[in-house]
Design a protein around this ligand. Structure first.
Ligand code: DLL
Length: 454
């Protein structure tokens, strides 16, 4: 398989970097290494101010708190947070477009929005101070990932209403890097510019990074021999297997970055060079992990839904926002010296969970099985259909070879692996090379053909 062939040269490149003296780098050492006790004091101070501002300026927060007979002064400890009501995505839709802003629209510097597949978009706003904080946190995240002032940062996140493009852009500028504002698409050109401009850092969704790798290989450009060293990948779930695949094919270290527009955009949490969980920036956000059914906190280390409260956002303060993202949190010390908690890689969203004959499955679990299997490329789609009262799953995989006579064997083998590793019975269809659609941003992993409920 291709990965195996590429591995030795990649290893040589990593070895070279390992020899070069590299100082650990903090963008904001004081904030990042603050002792946890001090961090908690800062959080409480900021929480009180943020809840007060939300109560005074956003009708929804005020009404919900009043319904629970809560006033801002009732928040006296971080534990009191649990008394506060949750906020959900539909609250933003129901108050479309500006109904949840705590500042007059005229005073805002920027709006972003996420399209969503159904209904109205969710609109988010930023004051000038919010934009400064975001750029600082994204610069901090990039430094945490190993990016340095002077680096060429090739930014292939989409520019526009999506927060990825501008979020990474201003973070990189704030850090002192040279940004190439590519956006997504025109992949052949991306490949040439990454090589010719000497990018050390690639920002993209993991699925688009893989698309770039594939186009480079097809064009005969060896990006492993380029100056690329770091990938800052996020905005969609991806598996550890996908990380290894991208690292081998682009010859870089793939770092996971997390964020969501309702809370800020990219830069809410990021891996450090240890690649062992994503540091969530607790001086600006309060993280909770709850049981999605009961709404109660889970024990430290257990999986649950991530809930975030903003501590410094002016235009759009969020109280206990239910992200729907599933993860685990840990406050154990990290080798990098940062004291902020670590979130485990996001396995998927609650909404993405498929229930196939009673078995709960996330698309990323299937991805982890598919990547690395001989004979298939790391591109796939899951198709959901309803037969009678049952949901049926078909996994469309892409063969690396055009020899269709080999496809039945591939299908049987993949089916067997999915059954034994994920525990679900899925039909498998092998497609010709290039037939599974490639992504330029967030990949579409699921095609849901089930009839819509009225
Ligand atoms: O995706 C912000 C972003 C841009 C993050 C660039 C990272 C890099 P939204 O479009 O609002 O914002 O989508 C947010 O994407 O709730 C997760 O479900 C998913 N997501 C984001 N980052 C990750 C990640 C941006 N690293 C939604 N791993 C979130 C898994 C992620 N899922």
């Amino acid at each position: 398989m291709m990965t195996a062939v590429l591995q030795p040269r990649y290893a040589a490149k990593v070895h070279e970097h390992a020899r070069a003296p590299r100082r650990r780098h903090f963008f904001d050492r004081e904030a990042e290494t603050m002792p946890r006790e001090e961090l908690r004091r800062l959080q409480l101070k900021r929480l009180k101010a943020s809840v007060k501002a939300a109560y005074e300026n956003v009708a929804l927060h005020r009404e919900r708190m009043r319904a629970k007979r809560l006033r801002p002064q009732d928040i006296r400890s971080l534990e009191d947070l649990r008394q506060l009501p949750f906020t959900v995505k539909s609250d933003l839709r129901d108050h479309y477009p500006f109904g949840m802003f705590a500042r007059p629209r005229e005073t805002l510097a920027r709006l972003h929005a996420s399209s969503g597949t159904t209904g109205k978009p969710t609109v988010v706003g930023y004051t000038r101070d919010d934009l400064r904080t975001w750029a600082d946190l994204m610069a901090r995240s990039m430094a945490c990932a190993g990016v340095r002032a002077g680096d060429v940062v090739h930014n292939a996140y989409g520019y526009g209403l999506f927060t990825g493009g501008l979020g990474a852009h201003y973070g990189a500028e704030r850090l002192g890097a040279t940004v190439v504002p590519m956006s997504g698409g025109a992949t052949e050109r991306q490949v040439l510019l990454i090589r010719d401009f000497g990018a050390r850092v690639l920002c993209a969704t993991p699925s688009y990074a893989l698309n770039i790798a594939e186009v480079a290989e097809r064009e005969g450009v060896d990006l492993r021999a380029s100056r690329l060293e770091i990938g800052l990948f996020g905005a969609e779930p991806w598996s550890e297997a996908m990380r290894r695949e991208i690292e081998a094919r682009l010859g870089l270290k793939a770092i996971d970055v997390y964020g969501l527009s309702e809370i800020m955009g990219p830069g809410v949490a990021v891996e450090c060079e240890a690649q062992d969980g994503l540091h969530g920036w607790e001086d600006h956000f309060l993280f909770e992990i709850i049981d999605p059914e009961s709404g109660q906190p889970v024990a430290e280390g257990d999986a649950g839904e991530l809930v975030i409260t903003t501590l410094t956002k002016q235009a759009l303060p969020m109280i206990r926002y239910r992200t729907r993202d599933i993860t685990r949190a840990s406050t154990t010390r990290c080798a990098c010296g940062r004291n902020h908690l670590r979130l485990q890689r996001i396995t998927g969203r609650n909404d993405d969970m498929l229930i196939i004959r009673g078995v709960n499955v996330y698309p990323s679990q299937i991805e982890a099985v598919l990547i690395g299997l001989p004979g298939i490329a790391p591109h796939y789609q899951l198709v959901l259909e309803r037969r009678g009262s049952l949901d049926e799953l078909t996994v469309e995989v892409e063969a690396t070879d055009e020899d269709v006579l080999a496809y039945p064997e591939i299908e049987a083998r993949v089916k067997h692996h999915i059954k034994s590793l994920v525990g679900v019975s899925a039909a498998v269809v092998a497609k010709m090379p290039g037939e599974v659609p490639r992504s330029q941003g967030k990949a579409v992993r699921v095609r849901d053909l089930r009839p819509k409920a009225r």
